[in-house]
Design a protein around this ligand. Sequence first.
Ligand code: NAD
Length: 269
Amino acid sequence: MFDVAILGFGAIGQELARMLMANPQVRLTQIIVRPGAMQLAQQIAAGLSPDARVLTQLDLSAPHRPDLLVECAGHEAVMTQVIPALESGLPCVLASIGALHEADAVERLQSAARKGRTRVELVSGAIGGIDVLAAAALGRLDSVLYVGRKPPRSWQGTPAEEVCALSELTAERVIFQGSAREAAHLFPKNANVAATVALAGLGMDRTRVELIADPGIERNVHLLAVSGSFGSMKIQLENLPLPSNPKTSALTVYSLARAVGNAAAAMVV
Ligand SMILES: NC(=O)c1ccc[n+]([C@@H]2O[C@H](COP(=O)([O-])OP(=O)(O)OC[C@H]3O[C@@H](n4cnc5c(N)ncnc54)[C@H](O)[C@@H]3O)[C@@H](O)[C@H]2O)c1
C-alpha cells in the first residue's frame, strides 16, 4: 500500500480525499488541519475516508510515516510545513504553486528537497499544456503568453476594480497586462496558474500575462500561447467547477489525484 497524507482539508483536500478512495493502490492515512478545524474535519473525514487520522501535525514516526505528502492548504503551509517535510526526506506534491512567486521560495524548496534527497512535484492543476511547455523550454522559447478570462464578478475585490466599473461592463476589458510575477502578486487567486506557466517556461519575469473581465462568458477560460524552436502551441481550457463544490475547478483535483496515482503506479503516462 502507498500511504498518503493530505495537508489542508478545504475545497480541494476534501474532494481529493474522496477521489483517493477510488484508487486501490493508495491509502489516505493522515489529514493535517489547523488546530481550530479539528472537530469539523473529523466529522467530514469520517464520511469520506474513515481510516485516515485527522491531525494538526504531520506524523513522521514509524510506522505512521506516509510515502507522500500532498499540499492543498495555502502559501504559508508551503513554507512552514512542506519545507520541513522535504528536509526529512518525504516526497511532496504541491498545489499552492502561487507561493513560489515570492523571492527565493523556489530555491528554498529545492534546497529542502536536496537536503532530504527527495523531490517536490508542482502539479499542472487548473492549466494544461505544461508538459509541452516544459519540453519546449529545453529548446529555445521565444514567447509565452497566458490569458486568463473570467466573468466580471470574479474580479471583484481585486485591483481590476480600479481599472473599470466591473458591474457595468458590456464588452470584454483587459484589466491587467504584465509579467507573471506582477500578476501573481496583484491577483493572488490567479497566482497558481501564472506561476505554474512561468516555472515551466520562461520564468516569472519573462512570462507575459493578460487578465480579462468578459461579461460574455460564464466559465473561467485559460489560454496558453507558446512559440519557440519547437514550433508553436495554443491551448484553451474552459474549466468546470466540481459538481460537489463550485469553489474549485474539477481539473485541479483530478490533477492532484493523478499525481498521487502516478507516485504509486508502476507505469506513468
Ligand atoms: N495549482 C492550481 O491550479 C490551483 C488551483 C486552485 C487552487 N490552488 C491552491 O490550492 C490551495 C487549496 O485550495 P482550496 O480551494 O482547497 O482552499 P480552501 O481555502 O478551501 O482550503 C485550504 C484549507 O487549508 C487549511 N490550511 C491553511 N493553512 C494550513 C496549515 N498550515 N495547516 C493545515 N491546514 C491549513 C485552511 O484552513 C483550509 O481549510 C490554495 O493555496 C489554492 O491557491 C491551486
